[in-house]
Design a protein. Sequence first.
Length: 278
Amino acid sequence: MVAGQHLFYSMAPTGFLSLSDGYTAEYVVRGTGDPIVLVPGLAGGIGLLRPMIEALSESHQVIALEIRGEKSCLCERSFHFDRLVRDLAESIDQLRLESPGILGVSFGGAIALDYATRFPHRVGYLAIQGANAQYERRLFDGVARKVLDRLLLPGDNPFVNQFFKLLTGRRSAEGYGVEFVIDQCWSTDQSVMAHRFALLEEYNVSARLNRLRMPVLMLAGEMDVVVPPSDAASMESQVPRMETRSIPEAGHFAFVTHSRLIAEEIRDFRRGVLEPAV
């Protein structure tokens, strides 16, 4: 592959939703069974969710929603975090999903967590991987600030590629590796990545965590340097029905490298909290 070029793994959209501000949202549906909504992260869009979609669709109807700003979505590149939460709410309404399960990963986990604190009665259960109720200043004052600055440079970027590698952790035997992560992340416009990163500086739902009355599964990558397992575990005292499970040797992109293990953890969690004991 020529330097500066990346192979993007796109998934053909199932359909499009017309939201209240005129924005057209793309979504993908795979599999059959109980519905679970997937909310993608800061970069890579639905394409980066491909391993997770494949793993979960073996037992669920998976509905993956593209978030505002991806290359396949014609929309403005400047938006507020509240708008992303409203997009999720309107999409679930239009798809006529009644209290589905929701899995949010990374930046999408923050969106899903915010949504669940606002509309707890509309969530069957919530699974979060690589997200927190708020982010410490150290995340933005250190390497992330350098990434934000360099994201604005045109073309391929070795520094940012190294940052993506840092977040990947160790690949599982059946997972996708760092090459897939880097290729897919570069499918997102750099200015959109930088804008989403900046939105997290003001994000904080800590005061609303006690509104989460649904079962909550926090999936923590053992090697996640953005949301370490200790950060994830600290939320348990504030959420009545929360359970934290560690993903061994996984980094921030556990939903890529350890997608089948995460899918099994979600299936096991769902059986334990939603299905009656025999």
